[in-house]
Design a protein around this ligand. Structure first.
Ligand code: PMP
Length: 372
């Protein structure tokens, strides 16, 4: 029978670098309170749901044809959004879109990484950077961070000089720590990467709408090797849509088209994203509420007696624990799913609705009482 499990991955002729590895696996558990994957807790507003239905119906009438391969209307609207919020004028030629920023990053590594090339990230950081590197045959270097999770510029520059990576990842705000990176640090790393390289510097700004700091988008001016990647999964509350995008010099947009699959972005996806962009102001209103809730989580966790890493994102890293996985389980036993990212001593909680955050705070308050 086809479901027979005697054959495992190990029996298949998979590539050597995939042997013994595990897939990305944030648990998708059915718990009452889910604060584990940095999603936006607010469902899309009803008028937007209706607009999506309209635009998708329109797209459905043309589904016998392939979609716009270059997603020109969508990229134009994304450029307008970035121009309005990023304090820097951008045009359709500066913007590229794909199925989630994971796919954007994959296309960038297919273009600028690959066999015989290396990428570096400063860890702990977003684990998919290393996994996508592996999937594209790109070597991976784990660069350092300070004990407080900020980037130690001198140490980072040394790592870049030593490993001469082809791609440098800078995640700001960083996941899972919440730490934002100053523009001066990014500029210094860009210079170091060009001196050692030249190499592409990818600034992953998946969470930038939640930050106290401005986007680093203006830095792409005059720096063709700098790419800023963004997503509609967090601030736009549309993780299920799968829409990520990048802003860069037009030459970068030309380059990624060498590896993108033709018609990678379905007509349904393009229509849905365009509808969401019509409702940007409403969606960004939720971002303001989430920033307040994030700040409340930071304050209350500290008041309870936990250590908290400064956060510019829609989540908060808290600790410290001798056995963070055991604590993760005890919080889960109280019906609240948070994330154990494997950073020893720390866990991460996503800012949810006020009620969800209260449920989380009650759970960790109880834990603290039991410990003392
Ligand atoms: N970058 C970072 C730093 C992230 O945390 C995430 C999602 N967890 C992504 C990129 C990918 O998001 P998506 O593919 O949904 O755009």
């Amino acid at each position: 029978p086809i479901a027979e499990r005697a054959t495992t991955i190990d029996d298949l002729p998979v590539r050597d670098e995939l042997r013994g590895k595990s897939p990305y696996g944030a648990p998708q558990l059915d718990t009452p309170v889910q604060l584990n994957t940095n999603e936006n807790p607010y469902p899309l507003p009803e008028p937007l749901v209706e607009r999506i239905a309209e635009r998708v119906a329109e797209a459905a009438r043309g589904l016998n044809r392939y979609p716009d391969r270059d997603a020109v209307e969508l990229r134009t609207e994304l450029a307008k959004y970035l121009t309005r919020t990023g304090k820097h004028p951008l045009a359709v030629e500066n913007v590229w879109a794909a199925n989630g920023s994971n796919e954007v990053i994959q296309q960038l590594l297919q273009t600028f990484g690959g066999p015989g090339r290396t990428a570096i990230g400063f860890e702990p950081s977003y684990s998919m950077h290393a996994l996508i590197a592996r999937g594209t045959g790109t070597g991976w270097v784990s660069g350092p961070r300070r004990e407080d999770f900020t980037i130690d510029l001198a140490a980072a520059e040394r790592a870049i000089a030593e490993h001469t990576p082809d791609v440098v990842f800078i995640t700001s705000p960083n996941n899972p720590t919440g730490t934002a990176v100053a523009a001066e640090t990014v500029l210094a790393l860009y210079e170091a990467a060009q001196a050692a390289g030249p190499s592409m510097v990818i600034v992953d700004e998946a969470y930038v709408e939640f930050s106290h700091r401005d986007s680093l988008l203006p830095l792409i001016e005059g720096r063709p090797n700098l790419v800023v990647s963004r997503t509609m999964s967090k601030a736009f509350g549309a993780a299920g849509l799968r829409l990520g995008y990048l802003a860069a010099h037009p030459a970068v947009v030309d380059a990624v088209q060498l590896v993108r699959l033709p018609y990678h972005l379905s007509a349904v996806t393009q229509a849905t994203a365009l509808a969401a962009l019509e409702h940007t102001d409403t969606l960004l209103g939720y971002v303001e509420q989430l920033k307040d809730e994030r700040d409340r989580l930071v304050d209350e966790l500290r008041a309870i007696g936990y250590e908290v890493t400064e956060s510019d994102a829609n989540f908060v890293q808290f600790g410290r624990f001798d056995d963070s996985h055991a604590v993760w389980q005890r919080i889960l036993d109280r019906g609240v799913l948070v994330r154990d990212n494997g950073v020893p001593g720390w866990l991460r909680v996503t800012a949810g609705t006020p009620a969800e955050n209260d449920a989380f705070l009650d759970a960790v308050r109880q834990l603290k009482k039991e410990q003392s």
